[in-house]
Design a protein. Structure first.
Length: 390
């Protein structure tokens, strides 16, 4: 049967428990460990309401989800495998790219990503679904490890039991120095910069709506001591301004002032102009928090890379590949828990166009190393062993 791979054939060996686990769960065994950050509000302001945060998340998630994946063990790479079939068509509504884009997006916005496995009557996974992180809560046990996950929607809760051999939930989280159960997201690190950027945008909008400065002002200095123009004088001045000095046809026409009228030009103060620099600095901080070179977002003033190609290569090498490699390893390790075969799922670097120059140089250096055997060269390049090398 095709899904015999997912059948567990041996008992799980006894494992030692962490000495600090009971301390972690001391304050509330079996209780829900609530996330300390309001991810809903942070997502609304940093992703839905901020163009820089939105583009950073989309750029990283789409690039990581588009990476081709390979499945291999120590002997060979698999072209067909039940695990590959499951990843290609994880559920009826999503393909591989859509599923992983949602998973990466949840990681970037909340620091935690959750995959649910839907199994058939024989216990083999036939579908995978990404669950929203803001609806999921960890229920730690007496040893500090999760014994269940609670998923809440519309006042109803569903509890996923995590005490069996095959785990229904795969929890992927980023490193958090102050939380034992949830990850720390780039959006949380960029929260202050997002607030500054949003405030600068609102200030600019308010300036245009309520306090936009005209090009100048006409000041009346009456020679006879009058404090203001009469109604007839005011109407005549307004009509003359509308007919003689407004519109494209009157651009640049000199203005003749009489009767104690004076023209005073007006402009933005230096403090007003500083808001634009503040906004650009905040945008740069948001991009840095997500690991996106500001050059890729069109943010001015960034000269850290010689050209766009170098920035794109650094983006893949330092941000996309570490994230995709970690997620692929966690997913493959979780899925192999339904069976006995040990396989590894990882990005196929040979098909990443952004790293083609770097990959060609590596292949050239390894192939010219005469002191290495063919088996050692394949190992350095991340390729499985050949049959004759066994």
């Amino acid at each position: 049967m095709a899904f015999n791979f997912f059948r567990r054939g041996a008992d799980v060996p006894e494992q030692k428990a962490s000495a600090t686990g009971p301390v972690v769960a001391y304050h509330g065994a079996g209780r829900v460990a609530w996330s300390p950050r309001d991810v809903v509000s942070l997502t609304r302001t940093g992703f839905l309401g901020n163009p820089v945060g939105f583009r950073c998340v989309k750029l990283v998630a789409e690039a990581a989800a588009a990476l081709p994946l390979v499945l291999q063990d120590r002997e060979r790479r698999y072209e067909e495998h039940p695990l590959l079939s499951l990843i290609r068509t994880p559920n009826g509504a999503q393909g591989r790219a859509e599923l992983f884009e949602s998973l990466y997006g949840q990681l970037l916005l909340t620091g935690s990503g959750y995959l649910e496995a839907v199994c058939d009557d024989l216990g083999a996974p036939v579908e995978m679904h990404v669950l929203r992180s803001d609806r999921m809560n960890v229920v730690p046990g007496a040893d500090g490890w999760p014994i269940a996950y609670e998923y809440a929607v519309g006042g109803k809760k569903h509890r996923f039991d995590m005490t069996g051999e095959a785990l229904p939930i795969c929890h992927i989280k980023t490193f958090s120095p102050q939380d034992d159960h949830y990850g720390f997201s780039p959006m949380q690190a960029a929260a202050s910069a997002v607030d500054v950027h949003n405030s600068a945008s609102r200030w600019s909008k308010g300036l245009l709506d309520n306090a936009a400065r005209p090009s100048g002002a006409i000041i009346y200095r009456g020679s006879d001591g009058q404090a203001s123009l009469t109604a007839d004088q005011y109407d005549r001045l307004v009509d003359e301004m509308a007919s003689q000095h407004q519109g494209a046809a009157n651009a640049g026409r000199p203005m003749l002032l009489e009767g104690g009228l004076d023209w005073r030009p007006m402009g933005f103060s230096p403090s007003d102009m500083e808001f634009q620099k503040t906004k650009e600095a905040a945008a740069r901080e948001i991009a840095i928090a997500f690991g996106v070179p500001p050059m890729l977002l069109g943010i001015p003033g960034d000269a850290a890379y010689a050209n766009y190609q170098e920035a794109n290569r650094a983006f893949y090498r330092l941000t996309v590949l570490p994230l995709a490699t970690r997620v692929a390893a966690s997913v493959s390790d979780w899925l192999t828990g339904f069976g006995t075969d040990l396989v590894e799922l990882k990005p196929d670097l040979d098909q990443v166009s952004a790293l083609s120059v770097e990959r060609d140089n590596q292949w050239k250096r390894v192939s010219q190393a005469a002191f290495l055997t063919d088996a050692e060269k394949r190992s350095l390049l991340g390729l499985p062993k050949l049959a004759e090398d066994e």
